[in-house]
Design a protein around this ligand. Sequence first.
Ligand code: TXA
Ligand code: MG
Length: 315
Amino acid sequence: MSEPAGPQVGTSVDEALAVLRRGGLVAIPTETVYGLAADASNPAAVRRIFVAKGRPADHPLIVHVGRPEQLAAWAATVPPAAGVLADACWPGPLTLLVPRAAHVLDVVTGGRDTVGIRVPAHPLTEDLLLRFGGGLAAPSANRFGQVSPTTAAHVVADLGDAVDYVLDGGACPVGVESTIVDCSVEPPQILRPGGIPTEQIDALLGGALAPASGPSRAAGMLAAHYAPRARVLLAASAQEAAALATEVGPTAWVLDRTGDLVAYARHLYADLRGADERGVVTVVAVLPLAEGLGHAIRDRLAKAAASSTPGSAFT
Ligand code: TXA
Ligand code: MG
């Protein structure tokens, strides 16, 4: 019998640790999406992430740590806003950009003078990070430009044996990536809406957040991104979606979870992947209101739509 192709998948934190310590790549479950992790202090290991994803080398990576107190070890200084947000939201779906400490590798920051840090909330990954002790550089564990993975099976489908071990922590409960807040500027700015709503960040900062402007602007965030193979059309209401779907015909499928934004976010990427698997040609997605998790869902759907619109102003 020949060995089945693909990476090892399992729930062994010991195995994940061993792979990381020898410079390998481990897909890690987080509350948002799966990450493709390497030892953030090992440049050769971090470079392998870019090869596995097909990601441009100047796109910076988020460093994941086990405890909020570790922020100070990766930052040159901890801006007051970063301290407030870390205390209130970590572990949780929030990434803070802070001035980088001198030891942070250029391959992690893309040569920038800031580094993104987050403490993910997932029991297996928390255990892994605490035992590892250092930081894990990890982007989402998808091929560059594609829909992020929210299950171990998605990771295997995207990356195959380019990843050494997939730590299977089940389906990610939040389902969209972390909110990125740039705390290296005054006032702090949201660069990517995500699992922690903008309103909550603004309230924690006493209304000091810079007003949002347009689509997410984290480095390397393209307007076209998060794209399924299907074309994605956006609708402002269920009625508009039904009309669009009728126009398109039987190859259209309507995605509308606006009645429950937690479920919309949690299932968004699996819904888009499922549409591709079923051969759906056109996804007609109903946009939620721009409040709470609606900010992140709208952002991802707009990017999926921009990727699939020839001649779009965004591409
Ligand atoms: O929820 C998440 O944030 C997931 C999980 C795995 O933690 N990670 C994730 O990473 O979404 P990634 O690489 O797919 O998206 C992070 C975004 C990228 O657009 C990257 O360019 C940007 O954050 N970014 C990271 N560090 C940055 C920095 N120092 N300055 C500006 N942008 C940065
Ligand atoms: Mg990503």
